[in-house]
Design a protein around this ligand. Sequence first.
Ligand code: ADP
Length: 320
Amino acid sequence: MLSRNEITGAGVNYMHNVIVFGSINTDMSVSCTRMPEQGETVLGSTFVLSGGGKGANQAVTSARLGAKTYMVGKVGSDRLGSVRIAGLEEYGVRTSRIRTSSDVATGSALILRSKDDNRIVVDPGANVCVTFDEVQDTLDTLAQPGDIFLTQFECLPEVVKASLAYARKKGLFTICNPSPALPIDDDMYKTIDLLCLNEAECATLSGIQPNSEEDRLSALNFFAQKGVKQTILTLGAQGAVAKTADEVVTRPAFAVNCIDTTAAGDAFLGAVAACLSYDYSFDATMEIATATSALCVTKLGAQDAMPTFDEVQAFLASHK
Ligand code: ADP
């Protein structure tokens, strides 16, 4: 793997910004031996309160890997909102473009965990109050051509769509993680430089369940025909397969002791954005994203499980 100086050129300390527009949530999760019935209370254990939201998770990963990362989003003017902003700052995410609203609560996810079942209620709260004007203002204020714009589907779809189009118009490299899966229309596909999605999202968007190699190629071709320049399909413990204009790249996952797959996809996405902000090659980007997500699944949680650049480098060195 190349060092950052080799990537950026001798002595030239230049890299693009990563601008992540997306959700900021508080995850409140508790474990129980069985799910409560209607009207019932059961005893739980191991309550975990942590930062979540796909946007915030991806921004944390990108910042942990050393990329200059801005989060664009919204929290409520409540206690949890300030905790989330402070948490993002601790991980090195730039938070000046996160707005606060007194009309809504900070996004939250209430998670019940049991041995063979998870039940989650998400209140998107402030995340669905981000307006296109706010994203546009951020892009006008700090984006430069060549910067990376990364977004998902946890904010309002029409705002995500308009933001991708505007980012592309301003010469940014646009990455879309269509999660949770929602239909994408033909105009929107054309504004995406890199689409990165998992198997379930692939099935929803393309109608192709990517179980075999042949089906995966058909799905990648489906997105290419829609006008997407590069598509990465992540395959959980099987790794990822990608299609660019000139090649199909297959990258097996690293064999690790998997503890918790929460935010594996977010780790992958954040790493892709960071690597592209350093102008890494597509192959190197895939390698680092695969290593970053492998390290993520070896730890409990989302943002706390994201590795640093040095940890990824050490992991890759030990897996050569
Ligand atoms: P999502 O979290 O969006 O469902 P995936 O499950 O496809 O995404 O995982 C994203 C990436 O995380 C995979 O491409 C792979 O590199 C890595 N990954 C996921 N599960 C494992 C695992 N059990 N062991 C190693 N790497 C994993």
